[in-house]
Design a protein around this ligand. Sequence first.
Ligand code: DX5
Ligand code: ZN
Length: 220
Amino acid sequence: MEYILSPSLLACDFSDIEQELQQLKEAGVEWVHLDVMDGHFVENISFGAPVIRSIRKKTDLFFDVHLMVVEPGRFIKQFAEAGANLISFHVEATDQVTETIDKIHSFGCKAGVVCSPDTDVEEILRYADQVELLLIMCVQPGFGAQTYLEQSTAKIARARQYLTANGLSTYLEVDGGVNMSTLKTVLKAGADVIVAGNAAFSGGNIVANVEALRKAGEKE
Ligand code: DX5
Ligand code: ZN
């Protein structure tokens, strides 16, 4: 199945970011996933808008920004101005979901809503007709290189069924623990945007990793 690969820069070599971005282009990738962590919503800190603004100068890749922050509405403007093309945020992080979606759209970005592993997928499906992307976390948010949680498969399948039943073309993205063996499972369940951190960057051979992921997906 044709799917969009969105490699997560969390797993890249930040000391050589320009080269890494170049390799993604060479590999034919169109999206890049940017994980923003605030040390409150998740037990980790990554990077913020200034870093994204710098990277924006080096590439024309589609910036798929995943906010793992408390009250994301406070930061939409700065991420939009830094060059985000799509901004997704967790429904667990705010009571102002519709307002935050509207804010993202008001800055000309695509919007996405995310659910963590312990959150019922219905909590994001209710916004499916208001956003361009639904994101299902397949690991606890906060860290790369974790193991895919099997319970995610049923959530992906349910989301695909809902989108089909309602005639929606909303992207269905999955994030966490996707590698050569779990890729088939998530594609079969109905995902069409795949985040890959470790699987895309491990060993530093990005072009070969992306090619292998593409081949593995073709059979599904
Ligand atoms: C985790 C992040 C993921 C992570 C994925 O909180 O949202 O995007 O980087 O990494 P892998 O693909 O290695 O599980
Ligand atoms: Zn992510």
